[in-house]
Design a protein around this ligand. Sequence first.
Ligand SMILES: Cc1cc2nc3c(=O)[nH]c(=O)nc-3n(C[C@H](O)[C@H](O)[C@H](O)COP(=O)(O)OP(=O)(O)OC[C@H]3O[C@@H](n4cnc5c(N)ncnc54)[C@H](O)[C@@H]3O)c2cc1C
Length: 437
Amino acid sequence: MTSNRVIIAGGGIGGLATALTLHQIGVPCIVFEAVRDLRPLGVGINLQPNAVRELYDLGITRAELDRVGLPAKEWALVGLNGNDIYSEPRGLLAGYKWPQYAVHRGLFHMLLHEKVVERIGPDAVKLGSKVTGYRKNGDGSVSALVEHADGATTEAKGALLVGADGIHSSVRAQMHPAQPPIHWGGAVMWRGTTWGKPIRSGSSFVGLGTHRHRMVFYPISHPDPHTGLAMINWIAEVTMDNADGWKQSGWFRPVSTHEFIHHFESWIWDWLDVPALIRKADSAFENPMIDRDPVTTWRDGPVVLLGDAAHAMYPTGSNGGSQAIIDARVLGAAIVEHGVAPQALAAFDGKLCGPISQLILRNRGAGPFGLLNMVDERCGGTFDNIDDVIPPKERADFMAGYRAAAGFAMDTLNKAPQTIAAGARVGGVAASQHASA
Ligand SMILES: Cc1cc2nc3c(=O)[nH]c(=O)nc-3n(C[C@H](O)[C@H](O)[C@H](O)COP(=O)(O)OP(=O)(O)OC[C@H]3O[C@@H](n4cnc5c(N)ncnc54)[C@H](O)[C@@H]3O)c2cc1C
């Protein structure tokens, strides 16, 4: 075992971005991933400019991102009468130095995995290996307790353990045994993808409806040059009474569109036919909008949490995937500065745990969709001219507040130095080294 090896629990977006970052700065690592084989699961997610900058710094190119998604051009909220509530350009069009990408989560995940295998080796990610907990050793190291698909259990020793094992994290459960159960605020999302003609700018994120009853959709592929059709990601959402808690089994259930289409049957305009969009979907999934109450720290000695394990949040800000990537890079920068040591984890925790915990609560309050709440409160969702309901400056200030809190305020980001300077390395470790279990 290499003495400064880092063990990563979870090979999702956060875990793989961490592996690529550690490799870049010359630190050996190994990823334990619970599923037996990685498949391109999920539908659309957004990668904000702050995350795309980090992907570029990791050597992931624009051409590669264009294979799994497309640059976003616009973010818009539209009322049920079809009138615009708010719209703003996104990514390069807004003046960021980096684009925002709307990607297929599964394809993007596969791209990260391909890079890890190419750069670190085929044994870098151990599939069918669930981390069930950890033990802090007397010599300052940590052992991850691993349960394999064949039922065997082993231990893997490392200098640090990164819990990137998602919202149901075992590492977090051990770190915070008294944490409350998953929090569900009453919103249910049905998600799917349908091939269709992109509207507005051709790459617009559109939020349509009211705070408690809405539809979000955006393309996640470039249009087919022959048909003009792109893969449209959609999320149909209704908020219901949550007094009895979530009663369905599981958190991501395949569903028939018949189970929810009645909520949207009348949503037909000359520019959009929502029931047709839903009906033509290849498949649909139901998942409640859930998160976890923030915790006071993401660290326990040589163990740290990142990504959804640290800060599962409502997807209202479209920044869960982006934040997992930022976490990986901020952790890498702390390791460059402090070495492969608990001090690096303390620096990472000190920098992000407080502000990102605030963001979890902010997203609970609807995140940027809070504008829909304001429209509901002020005019019951019906208006002719949005300026009479929320003046332009108030709308712009509201959105600027959200961007600043989520870490993608444009001027700050454009001027910020690289999170990890090009060529930065942790002293004396060859980048090609990696350890096996
Ligand atoms: C299958 C899947 C589909 C998703 N689809 C969407 C979507 O369509 N839209 C969206 O906005 N978000 C989706 N998400 C969530 C989104 O990917 C995350 O919010 C975000 O990318 C943060 O990533 P993460 O790596 O922290 O967590 P995750 O993406 O949840 O990754 C965690 C990884 O850890 C693995 N794991 C879990 N427990 C253990 C354990 N004990 N030991 C080892 N490995 C473990 C999981 O299998 C998973 O690969 C999905 C997540 C998953 C896992």
